[in-house]
Write a protein that binds this ligand. Sequence first.
Ligand SMILES: [Zn+2]
Length: 231
Amino acid sequence: MFIHTSLCTRFAENMERFTQIILNFLFPTYCIGCRQRGTLLCYPCMKEIPGVSAPPDTDIHAIFAYQNKVIKKALWELKYKKRTIIAKQCADLLYDRMLEELSDMRTFHDFTNPLLVPIPLSAKRLRERGFNQSELIAREIHRRDCGRSFTLSPDLLMKTKDTQSQMSIKDKAKRAENIKGCFAVVDQPLTKGKNIILIDDITTTGATLKEARRVLLEAGARKVIAFTVAH
Ligand SMILES: [Zn+2]
């Protein structure tokens, strides 16, 4: 059974690689940053993207400054075109950063065996888009980790209300108001006493992450921190 499953996985991976080669041949991809053919965002261009100077909160960790045009376009390609290569590259960087942070958190804050929870979309938004970009990133991080540092819990949180896009609201207080009361914890017993890592693609004021953290703490979570690609 195990051999059968592993063969199936290898076959699926090979098929995915093969399809990618064919697609690249038919529809060549060019780097968003330098226009070089071959990938959507080459690693040299990715290294040029400036880092975040001051995230909205000490428990929210972000990698790139969202004002940068290259990362803005890359995250747009992921969110609206499902360019999974971007999720994979973001996961590489986030995972390295998470391991550094987790090592300190374990030592100083007893932050052990955390659950990895992507920020959910509302059912309506999920139907329209067909996928959740934050879940794609979380799954890629989990794939790198193989369950060594955390457990993936993609359905722990639910977005019960369809809200206006946070990106379309400029005012900080209005953003907090917009997102208030729209998350629910699906499995309260699983949440109790747990350390949780939230994953999102972009944070601006941190309102979404803070609201998600609030409901998780209310459901008995021990500590909730967050990692995002951009701020
Ligand atoms: Zn490039």
